[in-house]
Design a protein around this ligand. Structure first.
Ligand SMILES: [Zn+2]
Ligand SMILES: [Zn+2]
Length: 335
């Protein structure tokens, strides 16, 4: 497969750039430790006042009203699995489709706080049917939703058949509540590691190059991945086989992976209503990865990039450093 080329330092300026340098993360695992900064972040815009709260709420709605009954999941009958597939297809189409319609088709926010000046690609041979959005939708629905539903079936079956212990709210409410942010941290570390792995040249060429065809991104780009990348991306949820947890935690983790993946590629920094910011959407952190490739592999929540020297803070100095690293013989662009 032909490799996508990273943007040169002379690439068109961002249509919108937040204040730089961006901060390297909330302070988890940093040295010297900054527990107060980390806690403040967690209780504020980092977690409690972010879309993560929506993902937790939606997990409760799914569990109590939308998901198949756990007792049905002990059998391998197709009924409850198809129920789950229909639910996940509907959720993805409503969320990614709704955001695409709002921001890109109807342009309700114009180009206000849109990172890229480029439109989503049309008549471009590198995409299926020469259309970036159709290509992204196909990969998301035909591979992403099917594989993610399969993993959910496996986990629900393990709980229903007693293979995995079920954690009840009443047994330990503190642990039950703490698991939500803990799973968030786990997924952040897992994503950093599998993303580094996906930039290993053979894996990049075989799988990850598909995601990196998307330079300007839209909501459907978030899960536009090769099936192998989908499996690696969703594999963080297998932790439910080894820790004591509840399907609500699993639905939350999938919401974070799926809806969070879609949100982080909307292409807009935030949702504005009447000129006022309502909520943060796509972080600049991952936009920089799509433009320069060998930086910002994680999400900034855990300090992997900081420790490995791959953190790009958005400044021209960081761009020069990252581009210099790309020109080294072993790291010749993009990996
Ligand atoms: Zn991406
Ligand atoms: Zn990448």
């Amino acid at each position: 497969m032909k490799r996508a080329k990273p943007s040169a330092p002379t690439a068109p300026a961002w249509a919108f750039q937040p204040d730089v340098p961006i901060t390297p993360g909330p302070g988890f695992l940093s040295w010297p430790p900054r527990p107060l900064a980390a806690l403040t972040w967690l209780l504020g815009r980092g977690y409690v006042l972010s879309l993560e709260a929506l993902y937790v709420g939606l997990a409760l709605v799914i569990w109590f009203w939308l998901a198949p009954d756990l007792t049905d999941c002990a059998s391998l009958a197709p009924g409850w699995m198809l129920h789950l597939l229909a639910l996940n297809l509907g959720l993805t189409i409503a969320y990614a489709g709704g955001l695409h319609l709002y921001f890109h088709t109807l342009g309700r926010q114009g180009s206000h706080h849109r990172y890229s000046g480029r439109d989503l690609a049309r008549d471009d041979t590198k995409f299926l049917w020469r259309d970036q959005v159709l290509d992204n939708m196909f990969l998301t629905l035909a591979s992403g939703v099917v594989l993610w539903t399969s993993l959910q079936c496996l986990l629900l079956w393990a709980w229903a058949s007693g293979l995995t212990p079920l954690l009840g709210w009443a047994a330990n409410p503190l642990w039950f509540a703490a698991l939500f942010p803990l799973l968030y941290l786990w997924e952040s570390a897992h994503f950093y590691l599998i993303h580094r792995l996906l930039h290993w040249p053979p894996l990049y060429r075989f799988a990850h190059a598909i995601h990196h065809k998307n330079i300007a991104v839209g909501p459907w780009s978030g899960l536009a991945m090769h099936p192998l990348e989908h499996l690696l991306y969703f594999s963080s949820t297998l932790i439910h086989l080894v820790i004591v947890s509840h399907p609500i935690h699993m639905f939350y983790l999938f919401n974070h992976l799926v809806l969070g993946g879609i949100t982080s590629h909307i292409g807009f920094a935030d949702l504005q209503v009447k000129g006022r910011k309502v909520i943060d959407l796509a972080s600049y952190y991952h936009q920089l990865h799509h433009r320069y490739f060998n930086c910002n592999y994680g999400t900034g929540v855990v300090p992997g990039d900081l420790w490995a020297g791959s953190f790009h803070d958005g400044t021209p100095e960081a761009t020069a450093r990252i581009m210099k690293a790309q020109r080294k013989p072993r790291a010749a662009a993009p990996r």
